[in-house]
Write a protein that binds this ligand. Structure first.
Ligand SMILES: Cc1ncc(COP(=O)(O)O)c(C=O)c1O
Length: 417
């Protein structure tokens, strides 16, 4: 594999400076290479600065902190939404920042899964992320619907690893009279496959089907154009590619077209009021004409502070530059792995070319053992059953030499098996 290329790319990396502003985990005797941003992003040095600013405001201003200080808490989320809108390709009004992903998916299902006698089916992946599945099952139970009668599962064909868009489209087409909701990931957590969100959305809308996406692995990792594509709703988490900290705050996207539709159910709280009427304590809610209508509680400022600090890194560097480097890094990783003599016999990449930064390596044998040895050598990756090691070079804090070192170490481990 090409070491010269890695050295040259690092030398000329226009955003290479960014990695010096992140904390890489330390071990006493082993240099750590972190390749696990698909699970938890690293901490940027500004996170502490932003959180401390709000701790100071709380200390100095207490309740007045809602209205005074550098960033009054009353509309702290506006700056967050403005930055998120660039990553999501949406308007600010279509975004609300709140709760965690699984909770938000429940809230969105309450509003957007409205089965009737004819249209009641949900199309989702057979291999959906466990929590998404549990969320869906909860809603079936609360409506006395059975999984078998209600869920249409799509999965890769035999001997294939990722789902074909045409198979999703054909399944929608075939069942279009009965499908109420299509719920899919932006990027599949296990395979790293990027779904064709635009095409799937278009097909759903042709048949008046609502379509929503779990963007946990997509936001901050691939280009999204939710408004242009007309996606109905989406949710995500901020602790992976958005580096906002463990359990960091989630958000929702709700397409503009629903903001004035008060016909559907929505779980409400006082923060869903328009800002002008929020504190009038009226008997009935006066919902915000935006995704904020779904917000129930006043926002957790310390979580928003770390989220804002992290989003500001994207804002300052510019998302297109980050994406560009990300593509090259992952391409280098893919090509280097494919050039190993063990490629094909010991392992293969199951991530298709439509992808973000993550590559999923499927090990025919010894997957767990190889994973443990990589970890012992300081390469932090993760393992997902069955037999997959997920490897993610993140453009904000990984270098081409990180990739080079990972692949040479993997090769040594495999040769010593
Ligand atoms: C694809 C996907 N969906 C949902 C979740 C659940 O997120 P949370 O624990 O924030 O609800 C995760 C967590 O990693 C995820 O990867």
């Amino acid at each position: 594999m090409k070491k010269d290329y890695a050295l040259k790319m690092d030398h000329n990396d226009p955003i290479g400076f960014a990695k010096n502003h992140f904390f890489v985990p330390q071990r006493k005797e082993t240099k750590v290479t972190y390749l696990c941003g698909n699970s938890l992003g690293l901490q940027h040095k500004d996170i502490k600065v932003y959180i401390e600013e709000e701790l100071r405001s709380w200390k100095k201003n207490a309740v007045d902190g809602h209205f005074i200080g550098n960033r009054p808490w009353i509309d702290y989320q506006e700056e967050v939404k403005s930055m998120l809108s660039k990553l999501l390709g949406s308007s600010q009004k279509e975004i609300a920042v709140m709760n965690s992903l699984s909770v938000n998916l429940h809230l969105l299902m309450i509003s957007f899964y409205r089965p009737d006698k004819v249209r009641f089916k949900i199309l989702m992946e057979k291999n959906a992320f466990s929590s998404d599945r549990y969320v869906v099952i909860s809603h079936l139970k609360s409506r006395n619907l059975s999984y078998e009668d209600t869920i249409i599962e799509v999965s890769p064909r035999d001997n294939e690893d990722s789902l074909r868009t045409e198979d999703i489209i054909n399944t929608i087409e075939k069942n279009n009279d009965n499908i109420s909701l299509v719920l899919l990931p932006g990027i599949q957590y296990y395979t790293g496959q990027l779904f064709d969100i635009e095409k799937i959305t278009e097909e759903c809308h042709k048949h008046k089907i609502i379509v929503g996406f779990d963007l946990a692995h997509a936001i901050g990792n691939v280009e999204l154009n939710l408004s242009k594509w007309g996606v109905d709703f989406a949710t995500w988490c901020s602790y992976k590619y958005l580096n906002s900290g463990p359990g960091g705050i989630s958000g929702i996207y709700v397409n503009n077209k629903f903001h004035r539709d008060f016909s559907f159910p929505r779980y409400q709280g006082w923060w869903g009021n328009k800002i002008e009427t929020r504190f009038q304590m009226n008997k009935n809610i006066d919902p915000s004409i935006s995704a904020e209508a779904w917000v129930m509680s006043n926002p957790p400022i310390l979580m928003l502070a770390s989220h804002l600090a992290s989003l500001n890194v994207f804002n300052k560097i510019g998302f297109p530059k980050i994406l560009e480097k990300g593509k090259l890094l992952t391409q280098y990783l893919g090509e280097s792995l494919e050039s190993l003599s063990s490629y094909g016999s010991i392992f293969k990449i199951i991530t298709p070319f439509n992808r973000g930064s993550q590559l999923s390596l499927f090990f025919h044998t010894n997957g767990k053992k190889i994973f443990n040895q990589l970890m012992d050598r300081g390469f932090i990756v993760d393992y997902r059953e069955p037999n997959v090691v997920r490897v993610t070079p993140v453009p904000l804090y990984n270098s081409f030499m990180d990739v080079y070192n990972f692949v040479t170490n993997l090769e040594e481990i495999i040769n010593d098996l």
